[in-house]
Ligand binder design. Sequence first.
Ligand code: ATP
Length: 371
Amino acid sequence: MEQRRLFKGKRTRTPGGETLVRLSGVRKRYDGGTEALRGVDLEVRAGEFFSLLGPSGCGKTTLLRILAGFEEPDAGEVALAGRNMRGVPPYRRPVNLVFQNYALFPHMNVYDNVAFGLRMKRLPEDEVRERVDWALKLVDITGLERRRPHELSGGQKQRVALARALVNEPEVLLLDEPLGALDYKLRKQLQVELMNLQEELGLTFVYVTHDQEEALVMSDRIAVMRDGRIEQLGYPEDLYERPASRFVAQFLGTSNLIPGTALEGGRVETPLGTLTVSETLPAGARVTLSIRPEKVRLRRHDVESANRVRARVDDIIYTGAENQYLLDAAGFELVAYTLNADVQEPGHEEFDYDEQIIAYLPPENLVVIHE
Ligand code: ATP
């Protein structure tokens, strides 16, 4: 897979294709008593890169295994490409699953691993060769056909696993943390290659990850899962900019969560004083205000605006690209990130330990969470 573009960039969202995956009311309890899925409704459209994101144990893998046919749901319906999948075995489903641990056959070489599914379908050997060659070229491992899995690097093994799935031309490719075992740089490179592949071949991906950055970068839409349920489903920027719960606000990036009680006229009483938000709220409602650290503006001198809060710099973490400030605002801890730009730049300020400054929380960046 040739690395053509570093960034996918925005493309037309909401693929217009038909619904390929539909789950309604899906529940699953394992024998040990764990309720892994507690009623999941979900639709994935043709051509979509759809991610399931959530912490360990939230039910992501169970959901994929149900789609693949390795588990049957206790309740609810699963339809793939318009067909109800109840009782349909894995090999008759229009999907292929790529496992995190590759699950290659150790005694077979790369070629035979990739050819396996086609031979099971009893395709003629010349067609098998043609399709295996196509898949190996696609994932850039031509030349490694005779190697056994133990003679490959982690990245190469994952490419073989991908080729083995793609060669069957599934309508939906299910990927279970496919890059989880790879080191950071390789993961970044393969993320770009996977995105390019998905887009160029017009494939539909259901992609499981617990890495929020990976999900934000790669997906058209994301379902954030928690305890066997979908907590929030939407476009990456919507989930990031408008988290609907404290859980999503904290799981997807970092957030300052400020508890408060609504007053008249879009104002909220908080430990930081009265803050203005950009929506009106029923007076007396208990809410949480969420603001991302990069949206908190820091000033040395006071300015005329709403939501100015006096704060002391408690700690500064230098990360290279940013300075992360830990602030004490009337006993409340506030986190603010500023870009590590050139100090000569107009308006750019850096602050010292223990300095008294002004933190400005723009009303339009304060997200009201009703919980
Ligand atoms: P991870 O990111 O760690 O893979 P996950 O979100 O994929 O987690 P699942 O593997 O779907 O989560 O597991 C959901 C819940 O079901 C967990 O509590 C897990 O312990 C339980 N579970 C999973 N598989 C089984 C099984 N075969 N038998 C009993 N319980 C299981």
